[in-house]
Design a protein around this ligand. Sequence first.
Ligand SMILES: [Zn+2]
Length: 54
Amino acid sequence: MPQQDPGAGSPAHLTTTVERGSFAVARCTCGWSGPARRSRDRARTDARGHAESP
Ligand SMILES: [Zn+2]
């Protein structure tokens, strides 16, 4: 398992949010994707939550 160094500037999980119709979904480089949200803000919160505790 790779070591995680908070604040190193190279997070193991790079998250993005993609829009699907009227929904927004959080995605991660590790293959994770969050639930479809009505607001992009929510999806971003999901993404942040995953990046902090995958
Ligand atoms: Zn991830």
